[in-house]
Design a protein around this ligand. Sequence first.
Ligand code: GDP
Ligand code: IMO
Ligand code: MG
Length: 424
Amino acid sequence: MSASIVVGTQWGDEGKGKIIDIIASRADVVVRSQGGNNAGHTVVSNGEVYKLHLIPSGILYKNTLCLIGAGVVLDPKDFVGEIESMQSRGISCDNLKVDPRAHVTMPWHIALDGLSEKFRGNADIGTTKRGIGPAYMDKYERSGIRVYDLVHPEVFAEKVRTAGKLKNKIITDVYGGEPIDLEEVIKEYTEYGKVIAKYVDDVSVIVYNANKAGKTIMFEGAQATLLDIDFGTYPYVTSSHPLSAGVCVGTGVGPMMINDIIGVAKAYTTRVGKGPFPTELDDEIGDTIRNKGGEFGTTTGRPRRTGWFDAVIVRHSVRVNGLSRLAINKLDTLSGIGDLKVCVAYEKPDGNKITDFPPTLEELAGCKPIYETLSGFDEDISACRDFESLPASCKAYITRLEELCDCKISMIGNGPDRTQIIER
Ligand code: GDP
Ligand code: IMO
Ligand code: MG
């Protein structure tokens, strides 16, 4: 009986998909519990690259049950497209289930995401424009449309007409946008509902029973700690709880089920979208990391901002997630870039030093990273399969990150493929 959570510890794209895929080889069930198709999780197996947005990263294993919990916001068009794309590549989706309670991302959510970002002007968040914020707004306002409604055409048509009427008023009268043809939406989305109907099931019950039956369960976090609506860099965050605790409410299970919480980080830091980034590198080294690491968004293709590893941030993640261990990906990307800097604390504008990540952007403003410099390495480490065979400076870098983050590093990624992992 084992249930583990995999969460992002930075601003997303830490390689959670890869870690889930690796651990899923030993899991019976993989569950997504929050976020939506703003996520982009990459799995590389035998040279084949799979980019997953809503489907859990356990899907490549034929016998793994892949579940989408109540806390996810589901874009039916993308979901159906993703199922078809997997099937066309010979991947079965027969073991996929989605909770009827999950909320549906509707076309007006996508329209309003774009319009409100435009309205914010220079103060925009830099969202993925997938309608995530507006879908969660409706959920918490108690006016959302759920997967149950989507697969019940009579209920669905009525809800689209009621909700859509108000949304069209907001789109046209507040933002001056184009109204959405609601009858067209009913027609198109009812067809998605027909495809999705067979996947609908109570995920909370399935996970509970699987746990009772002694199955191994993995919860796949999307986004990351610094994008959490409460514990991230608000307002430059997403609209869900990517923290470990979010898994319980987003799936409908109790916290006592969980016995392992793995935080995934990159050996450096990246961020896509706007908002503060204390260790950002706006120079040649930053460009080198971006190009070597292929740091372009999986969902939007946007170039990712790059910077040094920030131990203040990862320590914050260790605390708010209760991490039992860390997986550090992309160590291979740092080869050949010279000395490596690690942020160990921040210096506040008044000269004081802080080691805990500040709760608000106002308190973060003007904080400067205090760096420690470690020796770099030039060797190609992508073929290493055990810790001992890594160059001495790599080992020292990992050991120092462990000390600074106050958490054991049990996995080290040294390439995108599922085989490129060093487990300790
Ligand atoms: P996720 O959103 O956390 O699942 O991460 P993404 O898939 O968006 O971004 C991670 C990127 O890094 C993907 O292109 C992965 O294939 C790649 N990747 C993951 N781990 C490693 C690693 O250890 N080394 C290298 N070079 N690439 C990796
Ligand atoms: P994975 O699961 C990186 C970022 C967006 C934006 C902010 C809000 O692949 O790690 P949203 O569309 O959610 O309202 O955008 O959050 N963001 C991500 N950044 N990885 C992700 O997911 C992200 N999901 C959202 O870029 O800054
Ligand atoms: Mg990603």
